[in-house]
Design a protein around this ligand. Structure first.
Ligand code: SAH
Length: 455
């Protein structure tokens, strides 16, 4: 489960829920639980949770996919993490700028837009589906929850490109989605679905009612997400402003995650993230996200330490965006003293090429250094050699294109423990496309910081 998921620590109290949502009462059994093989009981439980914990008023259809709240919440919280990663230092999170998301295949419940809007008041959605019943039911629940000014349900066709529905309609075509999400049909055929059920070691502990269009798509989830990758590449080629959009999808099988990550890497897309959501003893889901721009994720989101990922998933993680540089006894380096020393060393050596600033850390009584070099690897021998040769300036367009690809941004934090008198230097890679440049930056810093720590 996601660490901020409230159901991790507090599983729902069914008896209390049934008191606040009478429809659930008739399904409550003597031991204060429900029959998880009864679709109507599962729907009533889901409605009760959405009503009590998210103020969402919804009537689910027992023969359609019933969204498991804890699972859908995991994905939404992770989506928040990806977006918030970009806001570091801007007083953490700015909740007033409108954020636009696209939910591909919103289903009859419209669950992601509803949860997303209830949790963040600046989020808005375009919600698409190819299924008539999904579109009409989703539109009804949006209006029942008075969200028609923030969630727009759009009917699409299977042949339509997945991302062409602009935020706020065609009149706002210069706006871009901040993120797209999707819970695609997992299976390629009824036989594929049946095979997955027989493969399960334990019998399904919970019944999943669904219509074929909710479970099955040609080629299964892998083909669906591969199509998303291809279309996203095409969009970026045609419009570089789409570079900051996070494209994301849920996946029902670990094998699919492996194929998708390998396709991303094959296309040279290393700015991606993955997540594993574990619910109860039986259900695992995975999610994948990618983008084309050079803004990097916070280290703990790119390579999470908690929750602990299974070994197979760890091998699929993106390159690190963080590095703990040196630790050592640092007498006289309390507070921001070492940070200042690092700053003056960097200014002295690279002030001409790296824009450096000392800024307050959000919500902390401390500072950090932020740096940006337009020309990337300015500490390398090659750069200095080229500088000496005074290479003629390339024209303006070429230069700005190069900056997008070779610019390099970072943050440096100093963490001093009074108790142990140990000092750590933590480097975040905030901007750039080449993990090797980040590695080389950390190497260069290590050489410069070591003498400062021991001095
Ligand atoms: N998001 C919901 C429903 C997921 S079921 C949830 O998480 O509970 C998958 C949905 O994708 C179905 O409603 C199906 O109709 C829709 N779908 C399948 N192919 C699609 C496509 N090409 N474009 C948009 N929606 C699609």
């Amino acid at each position: 489960m996601h660490l901020r998921n409230p159901y991790t620590q507090n599983p729902p109290d069914f008896r209390a829920l049934a008191e606040s949502y009478v429809k659930l009462a008739k399904f409550l059994q003597d031991d204060a639980t429900i029959d998880f093989t009864d679709a109507e009981a599962i729907c009533a439980l889901t409605e009760a949770l959405l009503h009590k914990d998210f103020d969402i008023d919804i009537e689910l259809l027992p023969d359609r996919l019933c969204p498991r709240v804890a699972n859908r919440l995991n994905y939404i919280l992770w989506m928040q993490d990806l977006l918030d990663s970009d806001s570091y230092g801007v007083n953490t999170i700015n909740h007033s700028t409108p954020i636009w998301g696209l939910d591909i295949g919103t289903g009859t419940s419209c669950i992601y837009p509803l949860l997303g809007c209830r949790l963040r008041r600046n989020w808005n959605f375009i919600a698409t589906d190819i299924d008539d019943l999904a579109v009409s039911t989703a539109a009804t629940v949006v209006s029942r929850n008075k969200l028609t000014d923030r969630i727009f349900v759009v009917k699409t066709a299977p042949v339509d490109s997945l991302f062409t529905h602009y935020p706020c309609g065609e009149s706002h075509m210069n706006e871009y989605f901040h993120f797209t999400m999707c819970n695609p049909p997992f299976y390629s055929s009824a036989a594929d679905y049946n095979a997955s059920q027989t493969l399960k070691v334990t019998p399904a502990h919970s019944f999943t009612a669904a219509a074929p269009e909710e479970m099955i798509t040609p080629g299964g989830e892998v083909a669906f997400v591969k199509r998303m990758i291809n279309e996203s590449i095409e969009r970026f080629r045609n419009d570089a402003n789409t570079g900051n959009t996070w494209y994301t999808s849920m996946l029902g099988k670990l094998d699919s995650l492996k194929v998708v990550v390998s396709k991303l890497r094959k296309h040279g897309i290393f700015n991606y993230a993955i997540a594993e959501f574990i619910q109860g003893q039986f259900t695992r889901r995975w999610a994948v996200a990618w983008r084309f721009g050079a803004r990097r994720l916070l280290p703990e989101i790119a390579r999470p330490v908690e929750p602990v990922l299974s070994a197979a998933v760890r091998g699929l993680l993106p390159p690190a965006t963080g590095c703990v540089l040196s630790s050592g006894h640092a007498e006289g380096t309390k507070d921001n003293h070492l940070l200042d020393k690092v700053l003056s060393t960097l200014k002295n050596d690279f002030g001409e090429f790296i824009h450096l600033e000392k800024l307050p850390q959000p919500n902390a009584d401390k500072y950090y250094i932020t740096g940006y070099s337009r020309e990337g690897n300015v500490w390398s021998r090659k750069f200095r050699r080229n500088k000496r040769r005074k290479i003629e300036d390339v024209d303006h367009v070429e230069r700005s294109r190069m900056h997008e690809t070779i610019g390099f941004g970072f943050r440096i934090f100093v963490d001093y423990s009074v108790k142990t008198e140990i000092c750590k230097c933590i480097i975040h890679w905030s901007y750039g496309s080449d993990p090797i440049v980040f590695e080389s930056f950390c190497g260069m810093l290590k050489d410069r910081i070591q003498p400062l720590v021991s001095s």
